[in-house]
Design a protein around this ligand. Structure first.
Ligand code: TYD
Length: 208
């Protein structure tokens, strides 16, 4: 079976990490070799960049330097981990990927989408997932879930205001609308099992 690359996207508290794990378990049960990863991070170099990105106050990086750091982390992750795994025939399931940069640094951070895509074209030679799932959730529920999970440990991004998170959610919606072949919305207000089942149903043609 050929390798596939899946990414999960969505705002804070949408349950991406839970779904990444559940999906990996389900795909393994179907005989796929799976590899779970995350961004920012996922490779040694990218995890080092992650620490720079996630810690410190909200104004630590300008929007442009932040976009470059995310793109640099992704380039390392793609080259060292994602492309080799796909080449070995594995299924890579990534918690966030390029669309997070388009939503957070782009739509919410004020960087043009074309510029985010240009950084990706250079850094990661434009690698896109075979399929991306956007987990959608009303903003209040996401904020509530994330607060319950993180408490006072909210990172630089989770600490941003409601308008920022609304812009992120709207960006994911726009991306899903414009790239229906790659990007599918999944209602994350459902029970976790139902979310996993919806994703697996969508993947069925690749599993047959
Ligand atoms: P993380 O703690 O991994 O968790 P979660 O996905 O549950 O929010 O946080 C990663 C943060 O980094 C998140 O707030 C989104 C942000 N981010 C970007 O701004 N741009 C990116 O390209 C990526 C991958 C993440």
């Amino acid at each position: 079976m050929r390798g596939r690359f899946l990414s999960l996207e969505g705002g804070e508290g949408a349950g991406k990490s839970t779904q990444v794990r559940a999906l990996a378990t389900a795909l393994q049960a179907r005989g796929c070799v799976t590899r779970v990863s995350r961004e920012p991070g996922g490779s040694e170099g990218a995890e080092a960049i992650r620490a720079l990105l996630m810690q410190g106050d909200a104004g630590r990086w300008s929007a442009r330097s932040e976009a470059l750091l995310f793109a640099a982390a992704r380039a390392d992750h793609v080259e060292k981990v994602i492309r080799p795994a796909i080449a070995r025939g594995e299924w890579v399931i990534c918690d966030r990927y390029l669309d997070s940069s388009r939503a957070y640094q782009g739509a919410a951070g004020g960087i043009a989408d074309a510029d985010v895509l240009a950084l990706h074209a250079f850094g990661s030679e434009g690698l896109l997932p075979d399929r991306t799932y956007v987990l959608t959730l009303p903003a209040e529920i996401g904020a509530h879930r994330a607060a319950a999970r993180d408490g006072a440990a909210a990172d630089r991004f989770a600490a941003r205001d409601a308008a920022f998170h609304d812009a992120v959610a709207a960006a994911f919606e726009r991306i899903a609308e414009h790239e229906p072949d790659r990007v599918r919305r999944v209602d994350a207000a459902q029970a976790p099992d139902a979310v996993t089942a919806a994703i697996l149903a969508d993947l069925e043609p690749w599993l047959a």
